[in-house]
Design a protein around this ligand. Structure first.
Ligand SMILES: Cc1cc2nc3c(=O)[nH]c(=O)nc-3n(C[C@H](O)[C@H](O)[C@H](O)COP(=O)(O)OP(=O)(O)OC[C@H]3O[C@@H](n4cnc5c(N)ncnc54)[C@H](O)[C@@H]3O)c2cc1C
Length: 433
């Protein structure tokens, strides 16, 4: 059967940790085999990689390794981080490190190791560009999923169910929107891919500004300081100060899978308020260790009378312009009211991410969607006459809470989706057995 006519029970769009956890949950569920579930995942990247642009040498996970792809759902799974260590013969040395936070490089390796088990179910290098309903006798029973390959060709597949787990996309502030394609402007998500090209000489006296006050901004600022010892590096932020991420134990309970129910049960205004009140756990915050090391470095500069690295806090960017001399930023000090013009060889936007791309992807079936709330099982409510189930992953913070965009709940959430999916697929009228 050709790809165009083969019908899947489920297609997963994206193969990051969220959909990888679903692949694992399906693999470990006997109903998957019993029903002969036909499924695949499509990912735009050429191979598995987890935030490759930010796999910085000194970066660490901001979550316990026990919140891996499987442990909280099934500690006996072969896909746990502990089993990964065991297979890689690093279990004892890892224990000796005495940490719950592996490096991001190691965690990426773990995820890649787990992803490799599903090679026959994953098609890399395919960016899904459209999802359309296939109408038959006034009903939509199936979806047509259109993907684009690296060489521009497109491919179409049919499926009865869809799981959208496409993560986040770079957020570019309005002021910079007209400068996309400018080689002296990069978003943090592309940092490692582009920094060597932008600043090729280790001893170069580059003038680099990192814009932002969150973890990525602080990590990139520190990385630049180590990478280019002669460079002038400025961390430009609207905030008065870098604030530490609150990962104290009571607060951390908001990332427990059970807290998803607590959030979901609230009426929308209460939920919004709850999420806002806890945002200091995740947004525009930095690990305390990193804050302290940046402070220490800036203090040491004062001692030796250097201004090579600067923290420009309380700065509002008024304008940005690309000139032959560099990228010119017009900055207003929101405390003193003073304005200054600064020129840089490179701007790094550590301005965060947006999570709305799934709506563009689903435009083709928009008229079949109800305006009601996302279901607890992450299923999008659809209108009568529309049979496919569509599940959303990682873009449901508004309804399911702050853990939704993180790794904290992926293991447990994957079972919730797998249950809903397998239930739908194994209904008698759907021939999946
Ligand atoms: C630098 C960084 C560090 C982080 N560290 C942590 C941490 O320590 N702990 C934590 O809990 N969270 C962390 N996060 C949050 C992060 O969201 C999660 O770690 C995790 O990546 C979420 O998994 P996901 O599968 O939802 O999304 P992603 O990991 O973003 O995966 C989405 C996948 O979908 C693919 N894709 C996108 N669009 C399409 C399309 N149209 N067609 C096909 N494929 C597509 C992408 O190529 C990607 O592989 C971090 C985020 C960043 C940016």
């Amino acid at each position: 059967m050709s790809i165009e006519t083969l019908e899947y029970d489920m297609i997963g769009v994206g193969f990051g940790p969220a959909n990888l956890a679903i692949a694992i949950a399906l693999e470990e569920d006997s109903r998957t085999r019993e029903s002969g579930l036909r499924y695949c995942f499509l990912d735009s990247k050429p191979a598995f990689e987890w935030h490759g642009g930010m796999l910085l040498e000194n970066s660490r996970m901001q979550i316990s390794f026990l919140k891996d792809l499987a442990t909280l759902r099934n500690p006996a799974s072969r896909f746990t981080f502990v089993n990964y260590l065991h297979e890689k013969q690093r279990l004892l040395p890892f224990i000796n490190l005495g940490t719950f936070s592996p490096s991001r490089i190691e965690y990426n390796d773990y995820l890649r190791w787990a992803a490799a088990h599903f090679d026959e179910h994953v098609h890399y290098g395919e960016q899904v560009i459209a999802v359309e309903g296939v109408e038959e006798r006034g009903e939509v029973q199936r979806l047509r999923v259109v993907s684009r390959l690296a060489d521009g060709r497109t491919r179409t597949r049919l499926t009865r169910n869809l799981v959208v787990g496409i993560g986040a996309q770079a957020a570019i502030p309005e002021l910079f929107a007209g400068l996309q394609g400018e080689s002296r402007l990069i978003h943090s998500s592309q940092y490692l891919e582009r920094i060597g090209q932008c600043c090729p000489e280790r001893e170069g006296r580059y003038r680099v500004a990192v814009l932002g006050s969150g973890q990525s901004a602080a990590e990139i600022y520190s990385d630049l300081a180590g990478r280019y010892p002669q460079a002038e590096i400025s961390l430009v932020m609207r905030a008065q100060a870098m604030r530490p991420a609150d990962d104290s134990p009571f607060v951390n309970e908001i990332f427990d899978p059970a807290f998803t129910d607590v959030v979901y049960r609230q009426p929308q205004p209460v939920r919004r308020q709850l999420i806002r009140s806890l945002s200091h756990t995740n947004y525009s915050v930095v690990n305390l260790d990193l804050i302290e090391s940046i402070y220490q470095d800036l203090y040491q500069q004062k001692v030796v009378g250097s201004e090579q690295r600067r923290l420009l806090a309380n700065r509002q960017i008024q304008a940005v312009a690309a000139s032959t001399g560099g990228m010119r930023l017009s900055l207003r000090d929101t405390q003193s009211g003073g304005e200054e013009l600064c020129e840089f060889d490179l701007l790094v936007l550590a301005t965060g991410y947006r999570r709305d791309a799934h709506w563009r992807l689903l435009e083709g079936i928009e008229r079949h969607l109800q305006e009601a709330e996302l279901e607890r099982s992450y299923r999008l409510p659809t209108r009568p006459g529309f049979q496919p189930n569509i599940f959303l992953q990682g873009c449901c913070e508004d309804s399911h809470g702050l853990s939704d965009t993180l790794l904290s709940v992926v293991a447990v959430r994957s079972q919730e989706v797998a249950d809903a999916l397998l239930e739908a697929c194994c209904q008698p009228q759907v021939a999946c057995a």
